[in-house]
Design a protein around this ligand. Structure first.
Ligand code: ADP
Ligand code: MG
Length: 137
């Protein structure tokens, strides 16, 4: 069993597809073991995306991620990290495969509907960034 962090980004909560995205996670064999809807502060978004600090898209990314509510989900399953990455589709939605979350719900490179951890180390950091141990059941 493995855990990963999924985020339903502001463009997707605005479209009211939170339930549809959670259903896609569940249908792919992932279990929601932690869940919260919140509105990120700039400090939270900058800290979460610290690895991208200094990149040309960083400012737009933080602005977008703080533009509306997000849904944070700790997801558990076999091969959860890579399984969720496949389900999400490519970062650039123009390259996302049919049937992926980003193909269905992304609006642009930045507004690409979902986040998913990309490695075990990232998953652990990202889950602990938003959830405490009592919130993961
Ligand atoms: P992923 O979310 O697929 O792991 P990255 O970690 O590389 O992708 O980037 C984090 C987020 O930053 C992306 O999901 C996207 O919202 C945004 N982003 C990344 N690269 C670009 C880019 N070239 N132009 C605009 N936005 C970008
Ligand atoms: Mg990433």
């Amino acid at each position: 069993m493995e855990r990963t962090l999924g985020i339903i980004k502001p463009n997707a909560t605005k479209k009211n597809v939170t339930g549809k995205i959670i259903a896609m996670w569940e249908d792919a064999g992932l279990r929601v073991v932690g869940l919260k809807r919140t509105w990120l502060t700039p400090a939270q978004a900058e800290g979460f995306y610290a690895e991208h600090l200094g990149k040309p898209f960083f400012g737009n990314l933080v602005e977008f991620m703080t533009s509306g509510p997000v849904v944070l989900a700790a997801l558990e399953g076999e091969d959860a990290i890579q399984g969720n990455r496949r389900l999400m589709g490519a970062t650039n939605p123009a390259e996302a495969a049919e049937g992926t979350i980003r193909k269905l719900y992304a609006d642009s490179f930045t507004e690409n509907a979902v986040h998913g951890s990309d490695s075990p180390a990232s998953a652990e950091r990202e889950i602990n960034f938003f959830f405490n141990v009592f919130e993961l059941i």
